[in-house]
Write a protein that binds this ligand. Sequence first.
Ligand SMILES: *[C@@H]1O[C@H](CO)[C@@H](O)[C@H](O)[C@H]1NC(C)=O
Ligand SMILES: *[C@@H]1O[C@H](CO)[C@@H](O)[C@H](O)[C@H]1NC(C)=O
Ligand SMILES: *[C@@H]1O[C@H](CO)[C@@H](O)[C@H](O)[C@H]1NC(C)=O
Ligand SMILES: *[C@@H]1O[C@H](CO)[C@@H](O)[C@H](O)[C@H]1NC(C)=O
Length: 275
Amino acid sequence: MWSIIFELLLLTNILTSMHTTLKATQVSLDALQRTNDALQSTNTDLVKQLASKTADCIELNKENMQLRNRLLVADQPSTKQDARCQKSLLIGSSIVRDVDETRLLDTEVISISGGKIADANRTIAEKSGSYKSIILQVGSNDCAKCEDLDKIAEDYKMLVKGAKQRTNNVIISSITPRTDNDTAQATIDLINAGLVTIAEDENCTFVNNDLDFKLRDGTVNAGYLLPDGLHLSDAGTNRLGVNLKLNTNLKSVAKPRNRRRNKPKHNATNKCYSP
Ligand SMILES: *[C@@H]1O[C@H](CO)[C@@H](O)[C@H](O)[C@H]1NC(C)=O
Ligand SMILES: *[C@@H]1O[C@H](CO)[C@@H](O)[C@H](O)[C@H]1NC(C)=O
Ligand SMILES: *[C@@H]1O[C@H](CO)[C@@H](O)[C@H](O)[C@H]1NC(C)=O
Ligand SMILES: *[C@@H]1O[C@H](CO)[C@@H](O)[C@H](O)[C@H]1NC(C)=O
């Protein structure tokens, strides 16, 4: 009998203990379920966030591509936002004073009366923006005022370097011959030979006006000069225009007579050596 009671008690104990364990299991199961729910909602959140980040990324990528394309376009000189980019510049001494800018297309003409190489250099340096091409027609005054050939050639090299800051197409026009000063003409011949080398070194086009302005025997074609033996006649101005391939639809690029000899717009230095 005692043994039966004992066994029952034991059984009760076991049952109670089992019940406690079951309860505990239930509690941890509930906790597990909650963790699982939490994880699942976190997971959903993460997926949502990932989707939104992916969309952001695609947007950024698109924007990046657009910016890169704009940069590529901006890098090309032909599309620079500079109207003068399409313009050419003819700059020189009074040798070009009768070239009529209004008869030319997309070409600016600057004539510096009495102007020397350093004056052209300074005038170009004062300009901003770029040109399609820059044509240099200067040096006659240097050759008549200065006998230091190296100095003249050095000045010209500087001028070309300055011009190349404004265009990648520099055209060196040979100094046109003059009959008013033989010493100056001898210097001009030597400097013109030096300009060929400068043009080669600096990747410039050289235009040799002597082919027309001088006759076969080496004398100057007087028809291209005015009686002063220095400045160009209309024929000379037009010849120069053809040699330089100035952009025009007209037969003549020379100013009509009533528009001649305007006051010089640009200052010139009078010193042999540039400042
Ligand atoms: C030409 O201009 C540059 C500035 O662009 C200057 O540094 C240089 O000294 C000038 N050269 C001459 C010969 O005037
Ligand atoms: C040489 O000059 C031409 C224009 O006359 C230009 O198109 C070319 O890029 C230049 N080459 C170099 C190496 O600078
Ligand atoms: C002629 O040119 C030389 C320099 O080549 C100069 O010294 C001389 O003064 C010039 N003569 C005249 C009359 O201008
Ligand atoms: C150019 O000449 C004008 C008039 O003679 C003068 O007022 C001006 O200061 C000069 N400019 C330069 C840069 O020498």
